[in-house]
Design a protein around this ligand. Sequence first.
Ligand code: AMP
Ligand code: MG
Length: 321
Amino acid sequence: MDTMVSIHVYAAKPANEPAIHRAMAAAFAEMSRLDSLLSSYRRDSEVAAINQNAAADNVTVSSDMDSVLRVAQWAAQISNGAFDVTLAPVLRLWGFGADSLGLPSPGKIAARLPLVNDQDLVVSSERNSPRRFVHFRRQNMAIDLGGVAKGYVVDRGIAMLVQAGFRDAMITAGGDLRAVASPLTAGRRYIWIKHPRAANSDSAQNQTGAFWGRFKLDAGAVSTSGDYERFFFKDGRRYHHIIDPHTGYPAMLAVSATVITRQAVVADALSTALFVLGPERGIALAESLREADAVIIYADGEKLKWRATQALKNKLEIFHQ
Ligand code: AMP
Ligand code: MG
């Protein structure tokens, strides 16, 4: 999925080390299995098979695919289509996956927008059968799970660690992470939110200048979507990889959206959705959900402003006001 994944496992006894390494290896193996199913970067993935065949036929899908698509459809529904995995035909015009293709012509975008509609992606099952099918209602539709799959992969990795008996751990994958805590780390973990406009934030990891703020988290998932992850500039304007499905152009209302919730797959889909919705509608949506907190950073002229859910406001430590 074109990102770095790291696993941290905390244990009191060094004697556990071989078992920790076995559990980590099992978690990495599960995550690469899922990468080969869910990635848009691979021609042999399940996503590629669906995109090739689902307009013609019902395609039988794995239970992992079924789980991811159910979260995707839920996110599409509650966000009024701000999150939409059927955006793939438009995403391909922008080409942020590999090398950016530059600015697509407005005509091409307009021609592909009718293919973007979550309602035309049908996930069904037969009575008394565990099999799940995917079908596209229109020719030339395609799905891209880039906004939700990493979260699912992180959840599965954590499940493998917990199953092996390690209940104090964290997995990060780019902008997505999930942590579980025992008394060993409880009360001591900070999650740091990148400053969306920090100069070269990767090489400046240790300077608070690279970070916008932080909050404490023992257990749960955090996902951030930002316009600084994949982008190009043209004529002084920033074009980035999070597209508003209603326009086909990069969503302009936010510069970063961070969501905290229990499952990483939910946090992942919601952070992309809230980024598109922007500070007003995005935070209102987060407030309406049980167990979701969020902060959205947005630009007001040259200034960065922010809006957060009430519960998170009380926990946020902000470095740059
Ligand atoms: P994230 O970093 O989780 O916000 O995901 C960004 C990725 O999700 C992009 O690179 C696209 O593959 C995909 N994507 C972009 N815009 C949307 C959208 N509005 N809904 C669903 N997926 C999207
Ligand atoms: Mg996401």
